[in-house]
Design a protein around this ligand. Structure first.
Ligand SMILES: Cc1cc2nc3c(=O)[nH]c(=O)nc-3n(C[C@H](O)[C@H](O)[C@H](O)COP(=O)(O)O)c2cc1C
Length: 328
């Protein structure tokens, strides 16, 4: 499994439509679902909550929970459905998540976490990985993090995604928790140095190719969230610069393929806005970005947006392509 670059799990963002869209630009990045609570995965509508298109693979299911029986059941479900990895969320600091005893508050419970991981590993053959922070509240301590990781390693987990900032379990909103605690990449590098046999993926605030290359000198992989959601075509630079792939689809080709997907999905009952809302950033930093966003918001973002209007999208795309070519 290649985890050199992954797109971070993001609630309300990395759903199956977004992942399909991202795959049109990159075959090589690893993709993650939004976090799914164990109870929803077990008792909810599996097709709706866990369904995906084969094109999205390689794909990891991210799960939130702390009940080892439920977690092991979800790991088995993930394997049966064809996911390539199951990842436990040990990094989300939201109040709701804490109330249900999952996410970052589990950093306080290394024994419970290692039992959960052990059960998950025993119930499936796909890799079980963990995504966590480098600390929580007033704890940002190498020895604490290292021992937490080693406990999980003893339970059989070999791959760790480390969001290089601590989580504040009280006093900060989830959004503030993604920006206010300071990034500490050195802590992640040191974890890799001390544990060369573990796969260490670094995450947090990474948005430039040069930074990806720099982190790859000290870690096994890089995970990127917001920068790709805001500017999905960055994936093309990643394919070219990191994976050394030469042929890339233009934005026009991406839009064309997405429209084919949209047409199929609409026939199955998917709403136009559920697919198109993820494409707002397609022209990020390009001429025509405003026209693209305006077209989407005027025609594609309502709950009852009509697929027929999507056909006009190619006119916007072609105008944008021309304008950007002239500008080159
Ligand atoms: C809108 C949003 C939703 C998120 N949802 C999740 C989630 O479901 N699971 C998770 O582990 N992290 C989640 N995160 C955190 C990201 O996975 C990532 O760790 C964080 O954004 C830092 O990476 P970045 O600076 O590259 O965005 C979310 C972040 C954002 C912005």
């Amino acid at each position: 499994m290649k985890r050199i670059v992954s797109v971070a799990p993001m609630m309300d963002c990395t759903d199956r439509h977004d992942r399909y869209f991202l795959r049109l630009m990159s075959k090589n990045v690893m993709l993650y679902t939004e976090m799914v609570a164990t109870k929803s995965a077990i008792h909810g509508d599996k097709k709706k909550i866990l369904g995906f298109s084969p094109e999205e693979k390689p794909l990891a299911l991210q799960v939130g929970g702390s009940d080892k029986k439920e977690l092991s059941e979800v790991a088995k479900i993930a394997e049966d459905l064809g996911y390539d990895e199951v990842n436990i969320n040990l990094g989300c600091p939201s109040k709701k998540v804490q109330k249900n005893m999952f996410g970052a508050c589990l950093m306080k419970e290394p024994d419970l976490v290692s039992e959960c991981i052990n059960e998950m590993i025993n119930s499936c053959k796909i890799p079980v990985t963990a995504k966590t922070r480098i600390g929580f509240d007033n704890i940002e301590d190498f020895d604490y993090l290292n021992s937490f990781i080693n406990k999980m390693n003893e339970a059989g987990c070999k791959t760790f995604i480390l969001h290089a900032r601590k989580a504040m379990l009280t006093g900060l909103s989830p959004k503030q928790n993604l920006n206010i605690p300071k990034l500490n990449y050195e802590m992640v590098y040191k974890i890799k140095k001390e544990n060369p046999n573990l796969e260490i993926i670094i995450n947090g605030g990474i948005s430039k190719i040069l930074d990806i290359k720099k982190h790859l000198k000290s870690c096994d992989g890089v995970m990127i969230g917001r920068a790709i959601y805001q500017n999905p075509y960055l994936l093309i630079d990643i394919e070219r610069e990191i994976f050394k792939v030469e042929n890339h689809p233009s934005r026009e080709e991406v839009a064309k393929k997405l429209l084919q997907y949209l047409e199929k999905e609409v026939k199955l009952g998917t709403k136009v806005n559920h697919v198109m809302r993820h494409t707002v950033g397609l022209y990020h930093g390009q001429i025509g970005s405003k026209n693209w966003k305006r077209y989407l918001s005027d025609n594609m973002m309502a709950r009852d947006s009509d697929f027929l209007k999507a056909k006009h999208i190619m006119t916007i795309v072609q105008n944008n392509e021309k304008a950007n070519q002239i500008n080159q």
